[in-house]
Design a protein around this ligand. Structure first.
Ligand code: AKG
Ligand code: FE2
Length: 292
């Protein structure tokens, strides 16, 4: 049996399981879920059990021989994995080969390419093969498929995150998944109003991906607000970050974001365009107060 995705950091926040290295610290995903949890705590007056959190900081514990099948990480996030003890074997595939893994519609992973099947052995040469020893950490870039086997009894920490360098990958994925979710219920379109249909698609997207467009906009808004708050604090308290959200987006991409800012600004511009189009076509899309 393989214990996976235990929200250890959320369950034991005072334990201090690890500190993030500088280059991995810009983490919009977990900051967003931490803030949501904090908000919920304030609303309900108690901390919900860690099993109900949606953060992406996990502990994995498995005996030799347990493994994680081929996948790419949630929301096209980055991930790192550090072995506290034990040994793992990683097979990692560059995204240039991703199309070879799936059927023509890119929906289902080709079953004959799963590890252990005959065709797998010939395909395997395209994979990077790495052993991860005790104390080693592995970084997996966004969109790289991987398959991981515990060679010894292994305890590891795993952490997924997003920031200005890979949020455009997440947005591209959510757009694609939106189209797929709409296609999957196309037969319902005539049975409901455009708003209801949009609501169904967004609910299915949230159920499939853990985040829909509204959630993603909320995540970006939360990031912008806390970046602006830090900026204001650093300058001696300039203004309330909620006061002028659109100028906030501009100053965020110009002043706060570094190289990743280009991706982030591109995503935000697309969201703003969608928001404007949505105002005309579908009022339900007028959701994010910081974009309005
Ligand atoms: O260690 C494992 O079994 C899986 C790790 C993984 O998929 C990851 O860190 O992204
Ligand atoms: Fe993974």
């Amino acid at each position: 049996m393989y214990l996976k995705d235990w929200h250890f950091v959320a369950e034991f926040p005072d334990y201090g399981a690890y500190r993030l290295p500088f280059f991995f610290a810009d983490d919009w995903l977990n900051a967003y879920y931490d803030q949501q949890r904090h908000r919920r705590e304030q609303q309900h007056g108690f901390r919900p059990h860690a099993a109900f959190t949606s953060d992406y900081r996990f502990l994995y514990l498995g005996p030799a021989g347990t493994w994680t099948p081929l996948h790419s990480d949630v929301l096209r996030s980055y991930s790192w994995s550090a072995n506290v003890c034990g040994r793992k074997r990683w097979l990692i595939l560059h995204p240039r080969y991703t199309h070879l893994l799936y059927d023509r519609q890119m929906l289902r992973m080709a079953p004959h390419l799963e590890p252990g099947r005959t065709a797998w052995e010939t395909f395997r040469v395209r994979f990077l093969l790495r052993a991860q020893e005790e104390g080693d950490a592995v970084f997996v870039p966004s969109g790289w498929h991987h398959c991981v086997e515990n060679l010894h009894d292994t305890l590891s920490l795993n952490h997924n995150w997003l920031n200005g360098h890979n949020c455009h990958w997440t947005w591209a994925l959510l757009r694609q998944q939106y189209v797929d979710a709409a296609e999957a219920i196309e037969d319902c379109r005539q049975l409901c109003s455009p708003d209801e249909f949009e609501g169904l698609v967004q609910s299915n997207l949230a159920a499939n991906m853990g985040l829909n467009w509204h959630g993603f906009v909320d995540l970006l808004g939360c990031t912008v607000r806390s970046a602006l708050a830090s900026l204001c604090a650093a300058r001696g308290g300039l203004s309330d970050a909620r006061g002028d959200p659109l100028s906030g987006v501009g100053s965020f991409s110009q002043e706060v974001a570094t190289e990743g800012g280009d991706h982030c600004a591109a995503v935000m511009n697309q969201l703003l365009a969608l928001q404007r189009a949505g105002r005309k076509e579908s009022p339900s899309w007028a959701c994010a107060s910081w974009l309005c």
